[in-house]
Design a protein around this ligand. Structure first.
Ligand SMILES: [Ca+2]
Ligand SMILES: [Ca+2]
Length: 284
């Protein structure tokens, strides 16, 4: 958890500040029941259609706040930023940015079972390196590639999401999108959000939001919940390079959460309360 006690203290202060006369107090934030994610997300092997003997290895879940907290503790709260690539030299902290919290500050800080968001591309890149993995990117070498197309069998994240280009969404056709934490789910009332809970859910807590194909089973929330940074940038100059995040979030639905959509190409330094990441790794 991002400093369990300080987070609650901060929320309490914000709650007090937000409660003027005439406004009912907001529902208190409730953390979902603890789930055992382990120190790092487990890697799942999925089929590489171009080289079936070389499976793609991708995290089962989005990186959680509890997992990311270990990285912050190991880097003096995110302040020890040595070893970054030159195009990340501008990045002075791995700590999630307070400037992106906005009205969602409570959900961002509340629970270590929720996905880590408000991190820039370099934070995500360095976390994956720290756990011995790498940000998902081009198959085989994982390096960044131009944003020529998101729908390529050379892209680890896209192949895992589309079950090797079989489906438009992680759980299958457009009729299945409601199984993932998206606007479709919200509209179909198939998502259950308890009073006082936010709509971003703990990774993997919607068990049907995964591929129906055996070869791609066990990777959750590629569609929806939060967007996910990938190693797909249009340059290697610095904070203003445009990098792609993928899969949609709670604020999007329909074609906006397709596996091949890159609607919000943002700079390497961008942070959002609905953008996080997961990691990939080379074949064993
Ligand atoms: Ca940063
Ligand atoms: Ca996601």
């Amino acid at each position: 958890m991002i400093g369990s006690l300080p987070a609650r203290v901060l929320m309490a202060l914000i709650t007090v500040a937000a409660c003027g006369p005439g406004f009912p107090p907001p529902d208190p934030i409730e953390c979902e029941p603890a789930m055992d994610y382990g120190d790092v997300s487990p890697l799942v092997s999925v089929r590489n259609p171009l080289e079936p003997t070389q499976p793609i290895r991708i995290d089962a879940t989005e990186v959680t706040q509890g997992q990311y907290q270990r990285f912050l503790e190991a880097t003096n709260g995110g302040a020890e930023v040595s070893g970054q690539p030159t195009y990340c030299a501008w990045n002075t902290t791995y700590a999630p940015g307070t400037e992106c919290f906005g009205p969602r500050v409570a959900e961002i800080l509340a629970c270590d079972v929720r996905p880590q968001t408000c991190v820039d591309w370099c934070d995500a890149y360095m976390y994956c390196q720290w756990v011995g993995k790498r940000l998902c990117g081009r198959i085989r070498d994982g390096v960044g590639h131009p944003l020529v197309s998101a729908a390529t069998l050379n892209d680890e994240w896209y192949v895992a999401c589309s079950s090797g280009q079989q489906y438009a969404y992680s759980p299958g056709s457009s009729d299945e999108v409601y199984k993932c934490n998206t606007l479709d789910c919200f509209a179909a009332q198939s998502c259950t959000y308890s009073p006082g809970q936010t709509r971003i859910v703990p990774p993997g807590s919607m068990p049907d939001c995964q591929s129906p194909s055996d070869n791609y089973h066990g990777v959750y929330d590629l569609t929806g919940n939060i967007w996910e940074w990938t190693n797909a940038c249009d340059g290697s100059d610095g904070p203003d390079d445009i990098c792609a995040y993928r899969g949609g979030s709670i604020s999007h639905g329909g074609s906006g959460v397709r596996c091949d959509v890159i609607p919000n190409r943002r700079t390497r330094s961008y942070q959002s309360s609905e953008v996080g990441f997961r990691c990939c790794a080379d074949p064993e």
